[in-house]
Write a protein that binds this ligand. Structure first.
Ligand SMILES: [Zn+2]
Length: 480
């Protein structure tokens, strides 16, 4: 993979002849995105370029500038558009879109919600995981997402190689993917929440984790697939498994992920079962490190926020899920101020139930305003959380979530036209999240369009939606 060396001009003004940076050689780029109303780079200086362009070569960003773009084999006209880094989804359970808006669980808080759905989820298999991942990742791509993680903690006995099934779905669609090999080991009979037939023994889980990393984890720059280890939550795994998973992640040099401090029930379970708050549990199991990113992080107190930041932990903020399950408002302004790498997650589609990362960015903006005042929750804050914040959670800062020369060419193009943008002439970034295109016009992953003109490039959508409908009816037992 070639990274074109780039030069940096004296400044980043919006002069027609000014270039912030560009390729040194004269060979045409593979693709340019040109004449953007604004390119919001989310780079270290947070530059925003009027009449901007982005050049892409060999899957990487080879130049960024303003005015006249360089020659290219293909061009996307982004007039009247905002161009941002592709959004990064730091927490999800893709298979859950098979049980969306399922009536028995729609009025339950977290624990009751989980226990009403486990009996359905235990029937997932490689086919349903492939199809649900394909559809879920397509939904994310349409909302401007270019990299997604997935927390796949459900591995019912005899269900097959589910992690490989979802990796194949991401590869077929062209999405950058961070699956996590999840696990559950504490069933109802041992004081946990899940039923007995979806948990496994610690040794079996750890062997499967190591195998998944060996087979799928790409350590290279620009990797399309990276694997992390992810015990489901304190209420579904043993303390010993938490400790041993952290040790394995250290030995394999991969990242760690789990649910953390999601709501009052979660706190109470921790006190009753482990004799401490979730934060102390995280620390005593060896998880309070910069290798870890957690999901939710709703209930840390002021002192715990400082400790999380000092340790370099990442946190995936899941605003819609936290609202639907009435879990609370995560203190993301305080977490960011303390140094926590706050990213954004759509969370599983049985608790969100939409999986639009744009929508989550808007929710993050609105909730920050509600909790910390109107000036705290800006569109630029939400854009940072949705891009560089997610990159921090996944350990890929400078590689994804930013438009800089040498970073991967993951780009979202957002149209700022039509009735919902009438009058929004002064600030394209605030307009993007306050007025709302709701979907990306173009989503480009590693230099390849996955969404063009608001439509998936793949021609398999109808086929996959048809298959998904049959699988969802089967799992919800509505196919009789
Ligand atoms: Zn979750």
């Amino acid at each position: 993979m070639t990274v074109l060396r780039a030069t940096r001009a004296a400044n980043s003004s919006s002069s027609k002849t000014d270039r912030v940076s560009g390729p040194e050689d004269s060979s045409p780029a593979d693709l340019t995105i040109v004449h953007a109303r604004c390119v919001a780079t989310v780079d270290d200086e947070r530059r925003e370029l009027a009449d901007g362009w982005v050049a892409i070569t060999n899957g990487l960003i080879s130049g960024i500038g303003t005015g006249t773009p360089p020659a290219a084999a293909a061009t996307i006209d982004a007039a009247d558009c905002l161009v941002t880094p592709g959004l990064v989804n730091a927490h999800h359970h893709l298979y859950q879109n098979l049980t969306r808006a399922f009536p028995p669980m729609t009025d339950r808080p977290l624990f009751g919600w989980l226990q009403s759905l486990y009996p359905l989820w235990r029937s997932i298999d490689t086919e349903s995981v492939y199809v649900s991942a394909w559809v879920g990742l397509a939904e994310l791509a349409l909302s401007g997402c270019t990299t997604s993680s997935d927390h796949l903690y459900l591995h019912p006995h005899g269900s097959g190689d589910l992690l490989t099934a979802e990796i194949e779905a991401a590869r077929d669609l062209g999405m950058r993917f961070h699956p996590t090999r999840g696990s559950m080991s504490l069933s109802e009979k041992d004081g946990g929440l899940p039923p007995d037939d979806v948990v496994a023994a610690d040794d079996e889980i750890l062997a499967a984790c190591e195998d998944s990393v060996a087979r799928h984890h790409d350590r290279g720059f620009g990797a399309m697939t990276k694997v992390a280890l992810a015990p489901c939550s304190p209420f579904s795994v043993t303390e010993e498994l938490m400790v041993r998973t952290a040790e394995l992640a250290e030995r394999l040099d991969v990242r760690l992920h789990t649910h953390f401090a999601e709501n009052a029930e979660d706190d109470e379970f921790s006190r009753a079962t482990f004799g401490c708050r979730p934060m102390e549990y995280l620390e005593r199991t060896g998880w309070c490190t910069d290798r870890t990113w957690v999901a939710h992080c709703v209930t840390p107190n002021d002192d715990e926020i400082v400790r999380l930041g000092a340790a370099g932990v990442g946190a995936a903020h899941c605003p819609s899920s936290n609202l639907i399950l009435a879990s609370g408002i995560a203190p993301i302004v305080d977490l960011r101020a303390a140094g926590v790498k706050v990213g954004l997650g759509v969370d599983g589609s049985s608790s969100a139930d939409s999986a639009s990362l744009w929508l989550e960015a808007r929710q993050a903006m609105l909730l920050a305003k509600l909790r910390d005042g109107p000036g705290a929750g800006t569109a630029r804050m939400a854009l940072e959380v949705a891009t560089v914040g997610g990159a921090g959670c996944l350990g890929r800062e400078g590689e994804i979530g930013t438009l800089t020369v040498g970073a991967v060419a993951d780009v979202a193009v957002w149209s700022l036209t039509g009735p919902s943008f009438a009058g929004a002439v002064a600030d394209p970034v605030e307009a993007w999240l306050r007025c709302g295109p709701t979907g990306a016009r173009d989503t480009i992953v590693h230099g390849r369009p996955v969404v063009r003109n608001g439509m998936l490039v793949s021609e398999r959508l109808d086929e996959m939606l048809g298959a998904h409908d049959g699988l969802a009816r089967r799992i919800q037992r509505l196919d009789a």
